[in-house]
Design a protein around this ligand. Structure first.
Ligand code: 9MR
Length: 348
């Protein structure tokens, strides 16, 4: 039997260390991270986060390797950032903007003109002049503070009824037909470089009342010189419903043709619980197709997830009996939907 000399022992140890180093190197240069894939494909791949997420190491790790944009799920909503007319709560947004910059991510603002989550004083506005003044002040103050740091904003959110008419909100009622013009013009004046977006749900399909009304409204806004740069389709989807890929692509293309970009901006795909083989396959299909559309349509190139895991999701509160809408489960384990989404994102 060969004796283990000092030289042999050294060689053996060296070989083991080399193999370990090679394995590590192979692992690290293996498949690129989702964030790299999105960057390479020229895509925004984003995540809506809650204020505490940037202090949760497990979430931070996933955020850094997966996403190139974050959006506050709630922190910029009127009642949260400005609970009283003269009291601004900047701390959460300041921390998120710092976090995004430190990690070289973009950050999106959400949202100014909306019917929900307004401070009580908003509902006691009485005249057009008061409403224009407060809305303009709100937009100007936030966008001036984050000028050059926040790259895009949902300036207005959910302005349509399902039949395509405009929703009866405090802003529309008091300001009148030019309520969106007021908001978008104030936004452009506050930060000329920020991308200004009109956001809604059920507007993703061409050929539906709401989808077509949104297209017509943006076309008219552009024609009268109102600075609207993009539309956002929220896409809180239900796995069991039919998914009309062609109608989404057609819609994106007609917006693209007039220089308006589209984003899938609040993506989650709920299922009627429990999760089973059938609805898992349906959910996978929606995630994969949405990512594939966003990747392949030059007028889209943006997909933002409304939360990471089923743990903090808004779905069970809003839709009793439904859930499991996100790509990680309650224990932060990757679900089949995760892999389906990645397949759509990478095209492999
Ligand atoms: O996910 C958000 C939830 O945490 C809030 O309680 C709720 C009310 O502010 O808003 C949810 O986000 C909504 C988004 O801002 C606009 N589109 C619909 C989203 C789900 O309700």
């Amino acid at each position: 039997m060969k004796r283990l000399t000092a030289t042999n022992a050294f060689r053996a140890a060296f070989a083991i260390v080399s193999i370990a180093a090679l394995a590590t190197a192979l692992a690290s240069c293996g498949s690129p991270s989702p964030r790299k894939i999105a960057d390479r494909n020229g895509m925004v791949f984003g995540l809506a986060i809650k204020a505490g997420d940037i202090y949760t190491p497990e979430t931070v790790k996933i955020m850094k390797s997966h996403f190139n944009l974050i959006v506050p799920e709630d922190s910029m909503k009127w009642v949260n950032i400005r609970p009283k007319k003269d009291f601004w709560n900047w701390s959460d947004m300041d921390a998120m903007v710092d976090f995004a910059e430190k990690n070289r991510m973009r950050i999106k603002g959400h949202t100014f003109l909306w019917q929900d989550q307004n401070g009580p004083y908003v509902h006691s506005l009485k005249t057009r002049e008061e409403a224009v003044e407060l809305l303009t002040d709100h937009i100007t103050t936030i966008m001036t503070r984050y000028k050059g740091r926040i790259s895009e904003y949902d300036v207005a959110n959910e302005v349509f009824n399902e039949d395509g008419t405009l929703r009866d909100t405090i802003w529309y009622r008091l300001i009148g037909d030019d309520f969106l013009d007021v908001a978008f013009k104030a936004a452009r004046a506050a930060d000329p470089d920020a991308k200004l977006i009109l956001c809604d749900y059920n507007t993703e399909y061409a050929g539906t009342a709401k989808g077509d009304a949104s297209y017509e409204l943006v076309k008219e806004m552009k024609a009268r010189g109102v600075p609207v740069d993009g539309v956002a389709f929220q896409l809180h989807c239900m796995a069991e419903l039919p998914f009309n890929e062609e109608a989404i692509r057609e819609n994106i293309r007609r917006f693209h043709a007039m220089g308006v970009s589209c984003s899938f901006s609040e993506v989650d795909v709920r299922v009627k619980l429990p999760l089973d083989e059938v609805n898992t396959a349906q959910q996978n299909n929606v995630y994969e197709r949405l990512a594939a559309i966003a990747r392949t349509e030059p007028g889209a190139k943006s997909l933002i997830l409304w939360g990471l895991s089923d743990k903090g999701s808004w779905i069970p509160r809003a839709f009793p009996g439904f859930g499991s809408a996100n790509i990680f489960d309650k224990d932060m384990k990757k679900k089949p939907a995760y892999y389906a989404l990645m397949k759509g994102l990478s095209g492999k």
